[in-house]
Design a protein around this ligand. Structure first.
Ligand code: GMT
Length: 378
């Protein structure tokens, strides 16, 4: 098949999933065309069968806000017509669903060909951005006029129905990971020593540091943990709440035990040395970072929100707790860190769960089947 993929190119789960999907589809012999305003950061080398189309947005003094969505729709239509693309697969509903619809309708009115639009909803496009009154009607329109809709968890599927009253079929297709690529590195001592010179336990948090990630909870959990277990914390990412997290660490007197690394393209080597992932988010439709950690045999301490319990099995691959229950999260973390056998049992179960349920082999065929069904009009 010839597949167009539209996504956000920056750090963030939806762009990562879209890019990894494109790479896997190309590996399986499909021709894949990416559309965005810059090369997605995970398209880090040359892949045969894979093309990138940059969307250029001209500025003009009349426009306070350059119309990216129009430029995107035009670019998709131009390339879809020229390359005879079958499927336009957009990731993140805002503004991509409606751009995909516009492009499809432009191609169809010019050529009579009818490419199909698949929209994958990722989370904040439904729960935070898309349901803002400014975007609600167009997000709903974009979804209802897509030829197929997918969500990354059952919980997000329910939220989409509850918030938008979407009645058409929605398929839940879970996020996935190439577990061969994300595999624990034994003996990564040189790396570990940089962060834990005295062989302390290492906790890690990776996110965009937006309010929804509750990074101050991460610091508070760690504060309780380090009182009981010699440990250090690695904070990866950047965003509006980083400053609050840094200030809190200072107020609690634990700055020396925390490394704020900022945004990192390569998280694999960091995951390979961590013992636990902290993910106390307020909302999380899936929690891709939990999957990445679990592939590295890292148990996850998370809040029981959104799609997280579909990924992290409580008391098996980690612990999920009521939102904001810092004391319980710290207690669970301490329990695992003080019991090496439990820690490694949870770690093994975590990687097994990734292989059993969220592997490339399990998930990519679900997208291929959906494309085929959609092309047949089903
Ligand atoms: O919140 C983020 O980390 C970014 C956001 C995005 O759209 O890039 O992530 C959303 O999509 C990811 C990939 O499907 C999910 O794993 C995240 O859980 C989801 N974020 C939220 O729902 C808050």
């Amino acid at each position: 098949m010839k597949i167009g993929i539209v996504c956000c190119p920056t750090h963030g789960g939806s762009g990562v999933v879209a890019t990894e999907l494109g790479k896997q589809l190309a590996k399986r012999g499909h021709e894949v065309h990416f559309f965005s305003y810059q090369v997605p950061f995970r398209l880090d080398k040359f892949y045969p069968q894979l093309y990138f189309h940059e969307v250029e947005v001209p500025t003009y003094p009349l426009f306070k806000y350059p119309p990216y969505s129009l430029a995107l729709a035009s670019k998709i239509a131009e390339v879809v017509e020229k390359e005879k693309i079958d499927i336009i697969h957009v990731h993140y509903a805002v503004p991509h669903s409606v751009c995909g619809n516009m492009a499809r309708d432009m191609v169809s009115s010019r050529t009579g060909n009818q490419p199909k639009v698949v929209s994958t909803l990722h989370g904040t496009d439904i729960t935070l951005v898309g349901n803002h009154p400014s975007f609600f009607p167009i997000t709903k329109f974009g979804m209802e006029n897509s030829d197929a809709l997918t969500c990354v968890s059952k919980d997000l599927e329910k939220e989409t129905r509850d918030i938008f009253g979407v009645r058409k079929q929605i398929s839940t297709i879970y996020n996935f990971i190439d577990y061969e690529e994300y595999r624990p590195i034994e003996n990564n001592k040189d790396m570990k020593i940089k962060f834990a010179p005295n062989d302390e336990k290492l906790l890690i948090h990776i996110s965009n540091f937006r309010p929804v990630k509750r990074v101050e909870d991460v610091i508070r959990i760690f504060y309780n943990v380090q009182k009981e277990v010699p440990s250090r914390l690695i904070m990866v990412g950047d965003g509006s709440d980083r400053i609050k997290a840094e200030q809190l660490a200072k107020d609690l007197g634990i700055t020396n035990q925390i490394d704020f690394l900022g945004k990192q393209d390569q998280i694999k080597s960091l995951l390979s040395i961590a013992d636990l992932l902290l993910l106390p988010s307020e909302k999380e439709s899936f929690g891709l970072v939990a999957l990445e950690a679990m592939a590295y045999k890292i148990p996850v301490i998370a809040s029981q929100v959104g799609g997280i319990p579909e990924v992290v099995l409580n008391n098996e691959t980690g612990f999920v707790s009521p939102l904001g229950d810092i004391n319980k999260m710290a207690k669970d973390a301490i329990y695992l860190l003080k019991n090496p056998e439990e820690l490694s049992k949870f770690g093994l179960a975590a990687r097994k769960r990734v292989i059993d349920k969220f592997s490339v082999e399990k998930v990519i065929p679900q997208y291929e089947e959906l494309y085929i069904r959609t092309l047949k009009g089903g």
